[in-house]
Ligand binder design. Structure first.
Ligand SMILES: [Zn+2]
Length: 64
């Protein structure tokens, strides 16, 4: 299963929570990720995108 399908297999309400719970090192806090792509990761998948607050690069690994 490719990374995008794995992501879409997660229920919508969980995906929404995951998107809004990404740690931004620039903000020093959790923020929402936007303009993200979904890539394969050894532990599952990883979202790679931008912090909605400051635009810093952020990522979040989602384990299988
Ligand atoms: Zn930020």
């Amino acid at each position: 299963m490719d990374a995008n399908k794995k992501w879409l297999a997660i229920p919508e309400d969980i995906r929404r929570k995951l998107r809004k719970n990404v740690f931004c090192t620039n903000c020093g806090d959790v923020a929402e990720i936007e303009q993200f792509t979904i890539e394969d990761h050894p532990a599952g998948i990883v979202l790679e995108g931008k912090c909605k607050v400051c635009g810093n690069d952020v990522s979040r690994v989602i384990e299988d």
